[in-house]
Design a protein around this ligand. Structure first.
Ligand SMILES: [Zn+2]
Length: 203
């Protein structure tokens, strides 16, 4: 396999990238100068060195010291009574940027396709249960903020099922975002007003 084919194979592993797009990336890189390419490969090789995964919300964050908790989870002013469950890091980033939700987060790390045989392997199901057990004394509400599409809906039902008993045992309310977001909306694209409405109308 030559370099072009090999790099194409690597890009094909990216979410949502097929053979054609992967090839386009490779040919784009071929048009770039040496400096740009060196910078890119340096950033890629150092990405994991300078990034840690938070042990409570599981998001990736820039770690300046040996801390295992991100700046949000270790913030003393955070509202510890609320835990919002989102699918991925970009959803978290988008919501955080809006500045309308003061509570904690948990990043599921994926969604569950319909008819999936091993749903627990697709999301951080066990980690979610652990976090709830750990925070049961402070936690009052779990807000499910998943995409409104068939896969998001399937994930929502599955997570609800996992949490049902725990929520009852510890008297935690489970809510979902209001359906102000139109069908097919991916959370990462929703604007601040739409999200704020959905948050207000949760139930
Ligand atoms: Zn965190």
């Amino acid at each position: 396999m030559n370099a072009i084919d090999e790099l194409t194979e690597q890009f094909k592993k990216f979410p949502g990238i097929g053979n054609r797009q992967a090839k386009r990336f490779v040919y784009f890189l071929l048009t770039q100068n040496g400096n740009t390419l060196s910078k890119l490969s340096k950033l890629v090789s150092e990405l994991k060195k300078e990034t840690s995964q938070c042990s409570s919300c599981f998001r990736f964050f820039e770690s300046k010291n040996e801390s295992t908790s991100c700046d949000i989870c270790s913030d003393p002013n955070i509202d510890k009574t609320k835990l919002m469950i989102v699918e991925k890091d970009v959803d978290f980033e988008n919501i955080k940027k809006m500045g309308v939700y003061p509570g904690k987060f948990f990043i599921l790390g994926g969604t569950i396709p319909i008819l999936e045989r091993e749903p627990t392997k697709k999301i951080r199901a066990k980690q979610l249960v652990d976090i709830i057990e750990k925070n049961k004394n402070e936690l009052e509400e779990i807000i499910l903020a998943l995409s409104i599409n068939p896969e998001g809906e399937n994930t929502l039902q599955y997570v609800k099922k996992i949490l049902e008993l725990l929520a009852e045992k510890y008297d935690i309310k489970i809510t979902t975002l209001g359906r102000g977001l139109s069908t097919g909306t991916e959370l990462e694209y929703s604007d601040s007003d739409t999200f704020q409405n959905a948050l207000k109308n949760r139930g």
